[in-house]
Design a protein around this ligand. Structure first.
Ligand code: BDP
Length: 339
């Protein structure tokens, strides 16, 4: 009798323990949704940008980060590191490719060396105006190019504005093709960028962005080419007196991610990250337009000379060899752009 009681008590305890374990297991499953990415722990990623705090691309990247956190209800956070804290653009791209960097905002020109399609967008005088450019970037062609980043072990998320890129120099005003001849002009690290400046008659000098100011100041180069917000915020206008308008090229800034991070996201989260990237474009563009105006105002106020090209058709003719060289490589995309 006594033994049966003991047995019953033991069985009861056994049942209680078993049911407690069952409860624990189902709570865990409910929390996890059967998927590791749904754990309660916040996963934190890093995003690199060489531009300083407050610059439009950084504001765009911070908006992307805010939206990712909001849309994933805090499961994912992205810390944005501006001002080149995590290295120069070329090494950032290499790290994204290797998977040792999570996300970045970089320019489309250095990406030409890492991706088969984006170079098409970096050809000089490609678009009539900003509307045509944005139609292409936000349309099927833009999406095709962003998707192709998978082939380069990266993820292309969105395009941001880089406006037009202008020549500026401290040697002499560039009014026509004769003036550009022989000037040592810094370009971004890409073969097409070198070809373009050489086709215009300049002497192209590739170097990283952070070296440009002192290279002009010390006379290593005469000038470079960049957007108004970059010439202004990097203070190149302090060392280069002459700025030439209009721009000769309109390339995208690109929000990219590493394939390694991407592969670990669920399909649902990939969609949320992509939505966040696309939605962040508005913030970047608005800040961009405001900074373009402010930059021009400040550069003029500083007393720099703004020169208008007087033989624009000759410039467009001069870059034809660049089109001839790259036409075959980018034929597919170029045909679609020209429809
Ligand atoms: C700026 C871009 C930056 C590039 C830089 C450059 O925002 O990403 O690195 O040009 O010329 O306009 O290197």
């Amino acid at each position: 009798m006594k033994n049966r009681m003991v047995l019953k008590v033991i069985m009861l305890i056994g049942l209680l323990v078993l049911s407690a374990c069952g409860n624990k297991a189902s709570t865990k499953e409910a929390n996890n949704g059967g998927n590791d990415n749904r754990s309660n722990e916040t996963v934190i990623f890093k995003l690199a940008d060489i531009q300083p705090e407050g610059y439009p691309t950084v504001l765009g990247a911070q908006e992307f980060a805010r939206l990712v956190e909001e849309k994933t209800e805090g499961r994912y956070k992205i810390d944005v590191f501006p001002g080149g804290q995590l290295g120069d653009e070329k090494s950032i791209i290499e790290e994204i490719q290797l998977g040792s960097m999570d996300f970045a905002r970089v320019n489309g020109v250095p990406l030409t060396e890492f991706n088969d399609k984006i170079g098409a967008l970096n050809l000089p005088f490609l678009f009539e105006d900003a509307n045509e450019k944005w139609d292409v970037w936000l349309g099927d062609v833009g999406e095709e190019i962003l998707s192709s980043f998978e082939d380069s072990n990266m993820v292309g998320l969105a395009f941001y504005d880089n406006g037009d890129r202008f020549f500026y120099s401290d040697a002499k005003p560039i009014k026509n093709l004769k003036d550009i001849k022989g000037q040592k002009l810094r370009v971004m690290e890409s073969e097409m960028a070198i070809d373009t400046v050489e086709a215009l008659g300049g002497s192209a000098t590739p170097m990283s962005y952070d070296e440009v100011y002192s290279a002009i100041q010390t006379g290593v180069i005469d000038g470079g080419e960049n957007s108004l917000p970059s010439v202004y915020t990097a203070k190149h206008y302090e060392v280069a007196e002459y700025l030439t308008i209009p721009g000769y090229q309109s390339v995208p800034e690109v929000l990219i991610g590493s394939q390694k991070v991407w592969n670990n996201l669920s399909d649902e989260d990939k969609k949320l990250f992509k939505e966040a990237a696309i939605e962040s474009i508005d913030v970047q563009r608005e800040a961009w337009d405001a900074l373009v105006d402010e930059s021009l105002e400040e550069i003029e106020k500083n007393g720099n000379e703004i020169i208008e090209i007087n033989d624009l058709d000759a410039w467009k003719n001069a870059v034809q060899p660049v089109y001839e060289k790259y036409e075959v490589e980018y034929k597919d995309i170029l045909d679609k752009i020209r429809h």
